[in-house]
Structures are given as C-alpha cells and as structure tokens.
Design a protein. Structure first.
Lengths: 496, 496
C-alpha cells in the first residue's frame, strides 16, 4: 500500500510554526490557569471568537489578488469574500461589540485567550502563530476602569510567583503627550507625523536621546546605512518632546510641575493630567504604590490607537540572551485606553481599555526566574511479562488510577528488557514488575527509576547491578498502592 | 475620526463560524478538564501541533489554483508553497510521527485537543471550526492497546457523569468484514468498491436493510430523486455482507459461529477473530463487560483507513431533536486501529490506534442529561455611590478576592439605579451598597439578587418594594466577607 517513493510528501513543519511537547504544554497550562483565575476573580468573563474574520472587519485593506498575504493570512471564500485569520484579539472584540452592542451589559468586561497568526517573516524565537491573553473593559470612560486593569496585572504577576521588585508596571497617558504636541504647535490630526513621533519615542531605550532627536527632526541613518524619515519638527519642538519623555526632574513633584509647564494651556493635556491624577489616587488608596505601578513618561507604546492611559509591565531582573549577554528581560504585558474601538463599524465612539499578555515571553521570563512548573504528575509503568495475560497488569493500573495516581500498563509488543527502557525513556518514576514466581507468592517488584538512575551514576559499571538491586523492592501485591504512594514521596515524585 | 459611512465595514461573523460566551465556555472547560484528567491518568501525554500544515502533508492533493479550498482552507505562502489549516488531528500526528520517528519512545502515546477547520457548506449546528479531542497509541500492534482505549473511553464517559446504561461502546473489527468480503470473492485491493460497501453499511441505521441492499447491488435512488451508484455485488455477495452486519443469531455464541462461517478460510478473517478475542478477554478480565463495551458487527465506521478494531460510543437515552421529535442521541466518540499512519511519508507501516471525541456533540448530550456545569463562580458586584471615592469599593473587592470570592467594583459611569441593573444583568449573586450614612455608621448593605428576583416573582407588583427589602440586609463593614460567605450558601450561589 506504500505509494511510489517519488510521490511521497516530506514530513516537515511549515516555516515559522512549531510543535510543542508535554513539558512546555504543562508549564503554559499552569500559567494560563493562574491568569484566568485572577481575571475571573476580578469579574471578567470569557469570550471566544473564531479564528477567521472577514478581512474588511479586521481593519486591513482588502488584499490584492497577487499579494493576498500582507501581514495577515488571507484567503478567498467560495462565495468570493475574503477571510483572514485574526492577527490579534482586539479586532475580533471590536467586531463582536459592534455586532452585539445593543444587547451587551455595559461596561462589558471580557477576557479572551487564544492563538493569533501573523504572516510575517519568521526568525529565531519569532513564530507565525502564538498565544495572546487579553482582558478589556468596553463602555466605560472612567479612570477606575484603567486603574482596575493595572491592579489586576500586578496581582497576576505576583500570583505567578514574581516578587515585588522583580517587575514594575510603567504608566503614562497619551493625552499628556498630545498636550505637549498641541502646546508645541504640532497639529494632532496630522496622524502621519504623530505616528512618526510615537514610534521615535518608543525607541528611546534602544537609540538614546541622540537617535530620537534625529528621528524627531529630519531623520536618521542607521548602521546599515538605511535612512528613516523623521517627523520634521523644529529644534524647539523636539526639545519639548524630549523634556517630556526623558525628564530631568529630581522628584515626582518637580516632574509633574515640568509636565504642567510643557502642556501649558492645552485642553487635552489638562484632561490627561486629570485622568492620571484619578488613577494614581485610586492605586495609592488600594496600596498599589510606585514599587508596583510607576508613573513614567518614557512609556508611550508604539501603536497609534491608544487615546489615554498606556502602560507596560517590565521585568527588572537580568537574564542571559541568546548571545550569552546579560540583559534586562523587558516588557511582558501592556495595554491602555483606546476610545474608538467600534467607530470604524458604527461611527460611534465607545470608550474601552485593555491589557494584553504576551504568553510565550512571560513563560520564558518565569522559567529564567526558576518559576517554571513544567513537570507533570509522576508516572507509574506496569510491565507485562506474559503477553497472553496482560489482564494482571491492567488490573494493577486500574487500582493505581482509582487511588489518583497516573499509571499505564505497557501496550507495546517488546520484550521485558525493552519495556524497562521504555519506562526509563518515558521518564516514569516507578516501574512495576510481576514475574511468574512472584505472582505465585503474591508479590510484585517496584523499581524506583529515579533512584536507580542516581545510584547507577554514582557507582562503577561493574557495580551497576548492585545499584539496580538497591533501587528495587519486593512488596505484597495487596499493598501495591500503599507501597507506591510511599515511594512517590517528595524525593522521587515529579519526574514524569 | 469616524470614517465616512460608505467606507464602513459591516460587523458580522464569517459564514459558518460563531462566537461563544461564558456559559458555553465554562461547560466546555469542565468537560475538557475531565477528559484530560482521565487521559493523563492513563499515561497519555499532550502534544500540540500548529494550525497550519503543508497541504501535501495533510494528504489532500495540491489544490487547484482556481479552487484552492476543496474541503480544507488553503492558501499560498509567499514562498509559493501551499498551506492548509488542519481538518483533523490525525493528519498532523502522522506528520509529527514521520518527522520524529527515530527519537520517539514507542509506543508513542499522545493526546491532542484543539480546533480543526473544514471548508464545507455550513448548516444548522454545522460549523466550519470545531474542537476535537484525540488520543492515540502509535507503534504497537498489540490488541491491548485497543482494549486500553476502550476502557479509557468508558472511564471518561462515566467521569463526565454518565451512568452505566446511558451509553454503550460498540466494538467491531474491520478484518472481520474484510474476511467476509474475501470469502465472498470480492477483491480487497479494489479500494473503490470496498469504500462503497463501507459507506453503505455505515448507513444501515438510516436506510434499513432494503436501502443498504440496494447500495450493495446496483445503487439507490433517494426521495429527492438523486441516484447513488452501488457496489455492483451479486445477490449472494450482498446477502453474506448483510448477514454479517445485521445478524439474526440468538446469542453471542451463535453470532460468533455465524461469523466464523461467513469468513470461512479467509486469513484476514481469522486474524480479525483472533484480535477480537484478545480484546474481549482483556476487557472482561478488567470487568468492562457488555453493559459497557459490546461486540456489534453493525458498527463499521465510514472512514476508509481503519484496518482492525473499530468502535463507537453511543448515548442510549432519548432526546428531543430540533424538530421536537424524540430520538436517540447517537454517536459522541469513536475510533479504531489504522496501521498505515505514516506510510505515505516514509513507506513504512507503523501500527496505530486512536480515539476521537466530538466535543460539541458530547457537551450537548451531557446538557440534555442535566449534566451541564455551565455556571461559573458566583459574582459579587460592589456599587460605587460616590465616583470621586471609588477607593472604598475597590478595597471591598480586594478583601473579597483575598477570601477566594469573585468580585468586581463597578467601573462604569452610570448612576446608582443603573448600577443595580448592571449587577442584575451580569447575573451577579450579590450587590454591595455603601451609602454615605452607612459609611458613617460602619455598615454596608448586601442585596441578594437571586432571592430578590425570586421574591419579586412571587408577589404582586405593589408589594415588590417589600420583596426588595426582604432580600436586603445591613451588616457591619468589618463583617463584609463573613456575611457574604454566609449569603453565598448552597441556595444563592452559582448564578453568575
């Protein structure tokens, strides 16, 4: 039945995608479960939207027939309409809210967890499918909705095991920056220029003051010789923006005074100061002080659509990057207020605020802090000496499972020696063996595989058999469950 | 900032896709968690593969450029290769096993849960995206691997709350049918004819003996006048097959004798009888008797690729269908042995056996048996009387959460009356109110919303205010958590 060789497809993963095994899945499950528990605790409820949306509903232009895949994965349905896989969870939320607006209880508070797809060039650690975990409050302009998300994010990071000081959530407000722009005579409805300014500021960490100054003015040539066009601001305008994002004030009071001067009489700047004040007041009353959530005008977030509070959770501890250099881990979550969620559908302004966690980055961060929980429950493998009578082994695993243990009878066709290798390679904690003589005596042998591996390492190969014996114990068949529970104490458990 | 109306996209779901809300998600989570726990208990480990596979690896022909979407969702990657979304979890498993064969511990035992996509015409209850939950053992030809899956499926259905008698797992073996075909002089390598026979038998429940007889012979015209071509068997050949799938034997012994006669000297028939005997022996030794797992030659499963044991879990209790008719629920899970999983990639035969659960169907079935667990944790909504001082409400929810309760402070901008409506519409169990006077007295008011709704139903509208009052209680602010826990007893909890 095998096809001729020339017709055989290659078994290979698509470019930019990956398979994931038990340890990674277990670690992720534990993290997601914790986040979910905190979000549920705050009264958010889950929503699931499909993988596909109509391309026009995602807010991308209708794809060109020759290049249907610019940034998103798109295809034409058989009725001629273009479908795209979601590239984030915010665009589907906007479609959902616009479609169900009349029937939603507002504020509408939902969380959503799921994969998103980006049709981008893959690279090391950059995949074209990854998980996002979002929570949003839709239909409230109140700063308490923003403050709540900040507290929830802080609680989430601590519930995951991060200590205070391991992370900091930096908070800013887009209206303050808009106030500075307005006071500097830069038109806020010049979206293109405003976008260039935002992306320039967002690169402050990487390019420093000099690089950002160049991008705010005429532009900047990078090391490879590529030229990025600048925002075309005057030296004075650029100066005011830099004074905002990289202030030289000695303390918070001086900093706030400096901002008040920079936004001058700008109405949007005043609104930003008022929002910031209300959020900080509420945070402070609930004991979320600057050791957890810190006002920092350096955080602007690159995305164009934020309209008020913006924030970013950063991990502060050093880690080794792929090149072996010690770096600060950086951002693992972020969000903010965006008050025109559904206007592209309905023309109506609906205030909204949200937070999004980059799940893979967060899991890497936790692992580098020793907070990974990848190990599953320990596994017991019961070998099958006599294939004609597998029932004895199956009865043992049924008893073990009834006692809450994870257990499998060997279902392959290999001989005993290979069954022991199988148990080892599965990472089983214990192998159970019931030979014919033993059965007659009403006994079984338990082999502690973790201990066996340890002992074998410690002795010379000639003495290996002694080590083997030390890791084995013969017990009464009737005591199987109790003896295994005894062996699976804190020392030998958790290997599977 | 709103775009001109003529450019606005419509907010609509793509055809054949759906959004899902909290109750459905909670019910599904509970079911998936139970299945996962049983599968883990049996020693299966999770695997996740990406949504996309290369189209040729999925086993579909390279799509035609004009019709890239025949049954699967396909698109061309920017390097010219065709990608498709997985339509099941078996094809990705085959690709994974073929690509990693040397490094896998065999038997390789994995479970996978995830959405699959079918580019088919949607209909009522038929979606183009749905969940599958599969478990497979790869690399063992032993009947004990099949028997284990049958026990695991039975345990899973009972762990979900189904009683013995509510379900039956019907077991058959493809080799028996092949034996009957062989003994009737029908060539087994005539895959087309064998396929027609399989699909005809699979329709026995729906079409009856007469309809299947027609399909086994020249063909059948249905009520709409459409003609389905038959397998072209002789009357004698069709008779033997019907005697196999719809036997008239009085008891199991007579049935087995009848099968032995029908398969005659066919080697594959003899192999089938041997496999069946081993599986039934193991099941019976482990007390999985015919009240749970029953030999039934009427179950053949429509798919071409099964090569040995085939089985199907059916629910036996009557339910109302969409037309209000009383019907038997039918199949919720199935599977079997397929021994050429990876041969299309490697040319090598690798034995495998698996089980797949149709998650949505199973959840509907459980719901119709009153076994749904859709309700989440009860929610407490703390209203905010004085927006300038939301902190008092935020402190209350923080205390409630610290005690393990689900609680939110109102973060919208509506007045008090609308906040109570919000709490009601959210399905909250309790609303907490702290008026200015109360605060001065160190008290808060708890309103039992479930009780309030009940009382309001029971009385005339004039007396509604009394009912309202009965559902309210004033408590000491210091006793907030204890008093709410008292209210959230078994009667009022579980509504959110």
């Amino acid at each position: 039945m095998a096809e001729p060789k020339q017709n055989r497809p290659k078994a290979r993963l698509p470019r930019g995608f990956r398979d994931r095994g038990p340890a990674e899945i277990a670690a992720e499950r534990a993290v997601l479960e914790t986040v979910r528990r905190v979000y549920e605790g705050y009264g958010f409820s889950p929503l699931e939207t499909p993988a596909f949306e109509y391309t026009d509903a995602l807010g991308k232009f209708l794809p060109d027939v020759d290049r249907p895949n610019e940034g998103v994965f798109s295809l034409r349905d058989d009725d001629g309409e273009w479908l795209s896989l979601r590239y984030d969870l915010t665009a589907p939320l906007a479609r959902y809210v616009a479609a169900n607006f009349q029937n939603l209880t507002k504020p509408f508070r939902r969380y959503q967890l799921g994969p998103v797809w980006r049709n981008e060039k893959p690279g090391p650690g950059r995949f074209r499918e990854f998980l996002q975990f979002d929570a949003d409050t839709v239909g409230s302009a109140s700063p308490s909705a923003d403050a709540e998300l900040l507290m929830m994010l802080s609680d989430t990071l601590e519930a995951l095991g991060l200590q205070r000081g391991d992370y900091i959530i930096k908070l800013n407000n887009r209206k303050l920056l808009d106030g500075v722009l307005e006071a500097s005579g830069i038109a806020l409805d010049d979206r293109v220029r405003r976008g260039i300014v935002l992306r320039a500021i967002d690169k402050l960490d990487r390019l420093g003051v000099e690089g950002v100054t160049a991008l705010l003015a005429d532009g900047r040539k990078d090391e490879s010789g590529d030229f990025t066009k600048g925002a075309g601001l005057s030296a004075d305008q650029a100066q005011r923006i830099l004074a905002f994002v990289a202030p030289d004030a000695k303390d918070e009071e001086a900093h706030l005074n400096q901002i008040a001067t920079l936004v001058g009489t700008s109405p949007i700047g005043a609104a930003g100061l008022n929002e910031l004040e209300q959020i900080v007041k509420l945070l402070s009353a609930c004991d979320y002080g600057p050791d957890r959530i810190l006002f920092d005008t350096g955080v602007v977030r690159g995305l164009d659509y934020y309209t008020g509070a913006v924030f970013e959770a950063q991990l502060t501890f050093p880690v080794q990057n792929e090149a072996g250099e010690t770096v600060v881990f950086g951002s693992v979550a972020g969000g903010g207020r965006y008050d025109d969620l559904v206007s592209r559908f309905t023309g109506q302004m609906v205030p909204a605020t949200g937070v999004s966690i980059g799940v893979s980055r967060l899991i890497s961060a936790l692992a580098s802090r020793g907070l990974s929980v990848g190990a599953g429950e320990p596994l017991v493998v019961v070998t099958v000496m006599d294939k004609a009578d597998a029932a004895a082994s199956f009865k043992m695993v049924a008893e073990l499972r009834a006692a809450g243990l994870r257990a499998e009878a060997y279902v392959g066709t290999a001989k005993f020696g290979d069954q022991m290798k199988y148990a080892d390679r599965r990472g089983a904690a214990i192998a159970v063996i019931e030979g014919g003589d033993e059965r007659a005596r009403g006994e079984v042998t338990l082999k502690d595989l973790a201990l066996g591996a340890e002992l074998a390492k410690a002795v010379e190969s000639r003495a290996a058999w002694t080590a083997e014996r030390q890791a084995q114990v013969s017990v009464k068949r009737a005591d199987l469950v109790a003896e295994i529970k005894k062996l699976l104490g804190p020392t030998s458990a958790g290997k599977a």
